[in-house]
Design a binder for this molecule. Structure first.
Ligand code: ADP
Ligand code: MG
Length: 249
């Protein structure tokens, strides 16, 4: 079995600015990878390329052995159309800093929207799964609430449940706790920790170094569009000779 994600020599430009500079990365099945690095170093861009919210300019990404964004015929590559890309995008669930829930829908409606509308599954099949996910994130009693009635931490836990409802192969988190009041952060991190324990493959961009230390199998440090270090949390976060970790916080 090969890796869950294989990314090779990714380059991404915004105009003349190179946001990703020959980034290569492999993520194993069940691995929790934390990405750290200063603001503007390309962390979000890397997640967005894996999730196909951005298109890479060169390089290649495979998720679970499927080439992303292109179809190969012989030695030629053809760009996939929007429908094919939409299907591929379901393989990774994405959780953003701002939770982006649908404001006019209840919690339960938010969670079942994707499976029912996008995956065309029946409500009767999806609702029990949604309730199980609500239990997992500790918010069963909020199923009929609207997002505006919830705290930021509760909304983020719903956003995680909503992503999981699509049964993704991996989960991508982009600073999931950065917009939260400090006292709400641990509830969200606990849900993520449980998810890691359950064997989900996870990529987490975060400034929560305690979480990275405890939960990550591996930490990569990005700077100016490049991965400049990769290692165990111990190697990356506990080396007193390295000033960079302190520098970027
Ligand atoms: P990080 O998440 O590490 O803070 P980003 O991946 O968001 O960094 O951004 C990397 C660089 O790319 C930044 O300099 C940012 O301004 C630039 N960038 C990101 N998205 C865009 C975009 N859509 N258009 C132009 N520049 C962008
Ligand atoms: Mg970012």
């Amino acid at each position: 079995m090969s890796s869950m994600v294989v990314a090779v020599d990714l380059n991404k430009f915004f105009g003349d600015f190179q946001a990703l500079d020959k980034v290569s990365l492999e993520i194993e099945h069940g691995e929790v990878l934390c990405i750290i690095g200063p603001s503007g170093s390309g962390k979000s861009t890397l997640l967005r390329c894996i999730n196909q919210l951005e298109r890479i300019d060169s390089g290649a990404i495979w998720i679970d052995d499927e080439l992303i964004g292109f179809r190969q015929e012989g030695d030629k590559l053809y760009q996939l159309n929007d429908t094919e890309i939409a299907r591929q995008r379901l393989s990774s669930g994405m959780v953003f800093q701002r939770f982006n829930l649908f404001a006019h829908m209840t919690v339960l409606e938010n969670i079942i929207e994707g499976p029912v509308i996008v995956q065309r599954r029946t409500k009767s099949a999806v609702i029990p799964e949604a309730m199980a996910l609500l239990e997992k994130v500790g918010l069963t009693d909020k199923k009929n609430a609207y997002p505006s009635e919830l705290s930021g931490g509760q909304q983020q836990r719903i956003a995680i449940a909503r992503a999981l409802a699509m049964k993704p192969k991996l989960m991508l988190f982009d600073e999931p706790t950065s917009a939260l009041d400090p006292e709400l952060v641990s509830d969200v991190l606990n849900v993520m920790r449980d998810l890691a324990t359950s064997g989900m493959t996870m990529v987490v961009v975060t400034h929560e170094l305690g979480f990275a230390r405890e939960v990550a199998n591996r930490v990569v440090f990005m700077d100016r569009g490049k991965i400049i270090e990769s290692g165990t949390p111990q190697e990356i976060l506990s080396n007193p000779k390295e000033k960079r970790t302190q520098d970027f916080i």
